[in-house]
Design a protein around this ligand. Sequence first.
Ligand SMILES: Nc1nc2c(ncn2[C@@H]2O[C@H](COP(=O)(O)OP(=O)(O)O)[C@@H](O)[C@H]2O)c(=O)[nH]1
Ligand SMILES: [Mg+2]
Length: 679
Amino acid sequence: MNADVSRIRNIAIVGPYSSGKTTLLESILFLSGATTRQGRIRDGNTVGDSAPEARDRSMGVEVNAASTLYKGVQFNWLDCPGSVELSAETYNALVGVDAAVVVCEPMVDRAIVLAPLFQFLDAWQIPHVLFINKMDRSASPIAEILSVLRPVSSRPLVMHQYPIRQGNSPIGYIDLVSETAYRYHPDAEGDDPIPLPEGLRAEEQAARHEMLETLADYDDRLLEKLLDDIQPSEEEIVLDLQLELGADQIVPVFVGMAEQHLGVRPLLDALLREAPEPQATAVQRGVDMIAEDDRSPIIQVLKTLYANQGGKLSIARVWNGTIEDGVSLGGVRIGGIYRLMGNQQKSLTQAVAGDIVALARLDGVMTGDVLAGDRSIARDELPRAELPAPMFAWAIVPENRSDEVKLTAALGKLVEEDPAVHWEQHGDTHEVILWGQGEIHLNIAIERLRRKYNLPMAPHLPQVPYKETIRKPVNRIHGRYKHQTGGHGQFGDVYLDIQPQPRGAGCDFNQKIVGGVVPKQYIPGVESGVREALDRGPLGFPVVDVAITLTDGSYHSVDSSEQAFKMAAQVAMKAGIPAAGSVLLEPIDRVEIAMPSEFTAKVMQLVTGRRGQLMGYEAKDGWPGWDVMQAYLPHAEMQSLILELRSLTLGVGTFCWQHDHLQEVPDKLADRVLAKSDR
Ligand SMILES: Nc1nc2c(ncn2[C@@H]2O[C@H](COP(=O)(O)OP(=O)(O)O)[C@@H](O)[C@H]2O)c(=O)[nH]1
Ligand SMILES: [Mg+2]
């Protein structure tokens, strides 16, 4: 094992949109000397969020990587986007870190927005601390802030610091481990120790006692000491914090104001002391770096991006071994190793196990992929984050017709950069459909297509793939095709019975010809005429669930042909299907909606208001305080469901769906659909 590994920490900065993650990273880079001036979100000059899509929105749209050296330890930071629509980007990155800093605001009314993130971190047992930022924005006592945050985390929150305020302004903190009080002093090498404020002694004691009791829940020796009223030493407490954070048993809590660099240094110092080393994570993921005999390299891609000049970069965690520039992994040659600082790159000759670096030109390699030694790309060798189910779609058309040929290649690269985007060409409507997590997500995708691949796109809601069928049987529908052109004529003549079939039965073609009135060799012509007519019924949509039987007909010994019988069948279908009473069918999806239970009643109204059929709801397994609802919803009503669901649920409601069946569209609505349809 490389000796350097213990000098590396890989830390993700995660949390809700606008909680201050990018500002925190900016402060960290400044305080550790990696940058000489602090960028500001509002000035658009931060190291993170450098992509135009991010600057335009003052919002992270993708993972930003930056590295610093702090007190001799190299920190690799991944600043992850907070928008729920971009969670896949965040989750893919979290897979490769050793710990996460969850940044949140001291909000007392929106704590629930942290729930999905905590769920992911705990499912993956990723050690994480909580940094309550923007302490200048809240006058609520820390105990009140914590009391709303606690129910959202399945792991106990352990106060590491107790804030000191003057009026409403935070001016310092008490470190509960050493019981030392500090006044913030961001410009110096550290904060200034001050005497413990007398007025806070009782609160400090209570908070410390609570911290120790929580730590003792996972440490019997500490528990015995507490029972015997023996004070544990500072080293013992630090060791417990380290072990219990490392095992994702507790969530240490810090406070501060990233924009003013307040509370950032103590956070860094605690991470330095208490955050797990890379080796621990590797073991947890099933890679044993300690095995002396196996130093063959294993890497995993956490993020893929195409730089503006078109070069592909894969941000990867080195799980094992040492990689060198130019070597091949999984049959793919590494075309450069870089350390990233926002959009700046520094070239490296090698990277050791435990590091996170950017690798250039890994063709064909996707986010989440594992590359190892001589083996081929392993897609499932190490655990990878599950992609969220697509919830929102746009149909896209190139603004310039001539760009159509470039589209497939560009969409391929787009999906490489963002595996949460899917695209398909719809079988019925032939539209190119982009699937994703919502409007923000797809807008970013469309801006990337425009900016990186010079493909301006016009998006619109996709057509609903309606179908049509018939209501009643009609028999002996006659179709005759007779044509005389020059010498050789054409003649076909058929009688068809047309019958409705149960939903889902599909379309059948049969024949009951007796005595060869339609010769065998012409029957395939009849069938193909019938099938072509079914592709597009009188309402303009594919016809489903009908049975067509060829019962009778006649032929001409010279003029008949397969083609003529095909035409005759089409004549019969054209008359027969409308006579059988055409009806419009719409796709109905089975949906499963998850939301905090305080919103369940509202979501129920949303579903019934959208012609949904509610099947019921129950507590969501493993998600305290959440419900999951089952319902059937018309696909037409699903198109913007996620937008309303989010606005009802502070953004955290989600759903997954699958097509279930087709159902008749109510008459009034059908009239409206048909009036709008340009078919
Ligand atoms: N009042 C206050 N504002 C802050 C603080 N930290 C960050 N902000 C502001 O909060 C906004 C969102 O910050 P940003 O770092 O982009 O959040 P992110 O979306 O989590 O990356 C920006 O306008 C910051 O200037 C803080 O400590 N106090
Ligand atoms: Mg950000």
